[in-house]
Design a binder for this molecule. Sequence first.
Ligand code: HEM
Length: 386
Amino acid sequence: MKSASLTLSIVLLLILSGCVETPGEQIISESVASEDWAPDGVVRENEYSRTMVVVGPARSGYSGGEMEISWRNDQEHLYMALRGKTSGWLSIGFDPLEWMKDADMILGTVEDGEAIVLDEYSSGNYGPHEDDTFFGGSYDILESGGLEVDGHTVVEFKRRLNTGDKFDEALTPGQSVSIIWAMADSKSRYTKHNVAYGEAILVLASGDETAIDQISGTSAATLSPREEEGVLFIWEEEKVARDLYKELYRETEQSIFMDLARSEQSHMDQAKTLIDKYDLKLPVKDEPGVFSNSTLINLYKELLARGMQSQEDALKVAATFEEISIVDLERELKVADNDDMRVVFQGLLAGSRKHLRSYVMDLQDMNIEYTPQYMSPREFDEVVKD
Ligand code: HEM
């Protein structure tokens, strides 16, 4: 694990272009990768240039845990380490369309002292997932290695940014890529992620390994009153989404609402890890349809009433709610300095963008064009065409 003293910065890069704002990018900690990369299962202090810790809460079916993702890249290659408290598998997936679908996945475990690193593709939202070669693609992990020590597993691998395989995401230096991650306590690829899973944004370096691209600020170990307010608000907003989608499912029986209500539950759980860690109090009991924030109460009532009118209205209000969620998360990220909060909120933002895309795609399947209500047309297009 990298020492905190060598951790140089948290970076918040908000790109303002005209009056249109694109979502913030983040790097959690950054240092110069001055050591040679070696896939030996040990993440040395200066082996990687960027590190981020992602956390999934304990809940029904999940024991909970965190995974440390370390990476560096040049113009051609990506080098990565996944480290977590498990003796099972760890995995990262690049750029899913929704849930796990269409993600370019890499899944690794260590068995009898040897790392087994798979190059997989998720053809659907329900695992287990197949190797790229199963679909006619290629195995593109150039080098890999790993170690399992004291119940912690590290898997390291190298691949081309752009492998040329259509079942791999063509990554580019400097790109912010939406990722999913997961861990299981079993070494079998057929066992579901029963430790934790989640979403995040990973920012690749521009390609000059010796340079640190952007630096600003230092990490705060506490939450400011403003940040606390933001955490509580976002937890409640995710609850509105979950409760709204559950009601819309009851009315319309469209499976997307049940799937995304489940996903919103996981978003609430992720926000709750912050509430628990920073000793905050839930703004309201977790009972269906019960909220404390008056804006959210009114929004829930209004969207539910509109959504109940037809299948089309249900999908439209859900898309609108995701837009609001995106705008709110972006606003909170602008003022958030705390590392934990930034990682969780970036993950939630990646999730909301996927949800918006899913609702808009379902409307398109019904030949209905959705017009953004809260996002700028430019940002909306970027999300939907991602
Ligand atoms: C045996 C392999 C796998 C199975 C059977 C599986 C199954 C599932 C199922 C059923 C869900 C729905 C939510 C739930 O039931 O908890 C889900 C969600 C999810 N899975 Fe997997 N999965 C597998 C592998 C993976 C891998 C390798 C990754 C990461 C690279 C991953 C990332 C996720 C994420 C992020 C979600 C939540 C998506 C969202 O809420 O938007 N899964 N998975």
